[in-house]
Design a protein around this ligand. Structure first.
Ligand SMILES: C[S@@+](CC[C@H](N)C(=O)[O-])C[C@H]1O[C@@H](n2cnc3c(N)ncnc32)[C@H](O)[C@@H]1O
Length: 364
């Protein structure tokens, strides 16, 4: 089977899939960290941006704002956003009609408990995007969790498949399962060199186009690991970016005994690959969205007051130290802030100036 099919089963099989079986996979006791696990500050700052977007949308008197989070997990990020909106931006809070979109039934079941007193804001918890969205659609680490094809350049483009060899899962190379893979690279004008591997995430690109089509008016905010195509399909990533996570340990390539590390224990480890920001942007624009910004998460959060928060948490108390540590994790080069990219698109609202988009195209 293709790696995309293998990932689909390993992550989302209803009975055995990694995400399908648990309400939350990230955090200190989990396998990997997202910005949400760093602490509430990520949601607090995101709430500032979402509130500003709502003000742009509300100038025509709209009373209700669809706030749709895709890949919402157990709802922790939404809860952090709502906590902040409730205390610091009550008009925005009152306008919110929350929809959480999440494939994992276990995660969906946990959402009401995590939202707590914000429960009544949740108008819909579902596995697929709503048909129409008038407001804001946002997602943190959604696209990099989508099943991807893997290709390798030999004398011509080959696809990597997963096969069963007597007693273990192995990689096999064969002709591409679809001509879309070669066409994808051609559109980007990237030339993989012999021996280079790469991921081609057709599902992520299709999701963006579909999401853009469902947005009647408003904003799309995508936060993900990723690079522009010219960097993703270049020598620093020539071994590909497909990685597994288990207990905060990464798995790629082959072990010394020649077993394929990323094929071990499917259903018990996270699998992820970096997102091709160029294709995401092109598909969003082709579907009618305007790109407002593509930037490092650090610059996005700095525009929203990350540095001011750092100054607010002075003192030597444990709480203040923890808060400063969380802020630094989001801010420091090499930390989550520089590897995560934020893409902001708009539809039907012109090109408003937004606080998070101060550095519109600043990607390190
Ligand atoms: C890496 S986790 C991120 C969870 C959360 N957004 C966070 O930042 O902590 C990815 C989540 O996206 C969900 N997911 C993947 N594909 C999806 C899709 N097409 N629609 C909705 N949820 C999806 C997974 O089940 C998983 O909960």
């Amino acid at each position: 089977m293709t790696v995309a099919r293998f990932m689909e089963l390993a992550l989302y099989h209803p009975a055995h899939g990694y995400y399908a079986r648990a309400a939350r996979r990230s955090g200190r006791d989990g396998d990997f960290f997202t910005s949400v696990d760093v602490g509430r500050v990520f949601g607090e700052l995101l709430a500032v941006q979402l509130g500003e977007m709502w003000r742009v949308l509300a100038t025509d008197g709209s009373a209700v704002c669809d706030l749709v989070e895709a890949g919402a997990g157990n709802g922790q990020l939404a809860a952090d956003v709502l906590d902040t909106a409730a205390t610091r931006d009550p008009d925005f809070y009152d306008s919110i009609s929350l929809c959480l979109v999440e494939r994992s039934p276990a995660a969906r079941a946990a959402q009401p408990g995590v939202l707590g007193t914000h429960g009544p804001k949740l108008t819909s918890s579902r596995s697929a995007l709503p048909d129409r969205i008038d407001g804001i659609l946002y997602a943190n680490e959604l696209l990099d969790a989508m099943p991807t094809h893997v290709v390798v350049m030999r004398d011509r483009l080959r696809e990597v498949y997963v096969d069963w060899d007597d007693h273990e899962l192995v990689e096999r190379e064969d002709v591409p399962s679809t001509c879309e893979l070669e066409a994808y690279l051609e559109r980007l004008s990237v030339a993989l060199q012999p021996g280079w591997r790469a991921e081609i995430n057709l599902q992520a690109a299709d999701w963006v186009e579909d999401a853009a089509g469902r947005l009647d008016r408003g904003f799309l905010v995508l936060i993900d690991y990723g690079h522009h195509a010219q960097e993703l399909y270049a020598s620093p990533h020539s071994a590909g970016t497909l990685t597994t996570f288990r207990r905060h340990v990464t798995g790629t390539g082959y072990a010394r005994d020649e077993t394929c590390v990323w094929l071990e224990d499917p259903g018990s480890v996270d699998m992820t690959s970096h997102v091709d920001l160029t294709t995401v942007q092109r598909r969003a624009e082709a579907a009618g969205l305007e790109t407002l910004a593509v930037l490092d998460q650090t610059y996005f959060l700095l525009g929203l007051g990350l540095a001011d928060r750092l100054a607010q948490h002075g003192g030597d108390g444990v709480a203040a130290l923890k808060a400063r540590l969380a802020l630094k994790t989001l801010m420091m080069p090499g930390g989550l802030g520089s590897v995560q990219k934020v893409m902001i698109f708009a539809k039907g609202v012109g090109r408003p100036r937004l606080r998070g988009c101060g550095d519109k195209v600043r990607v390190t």
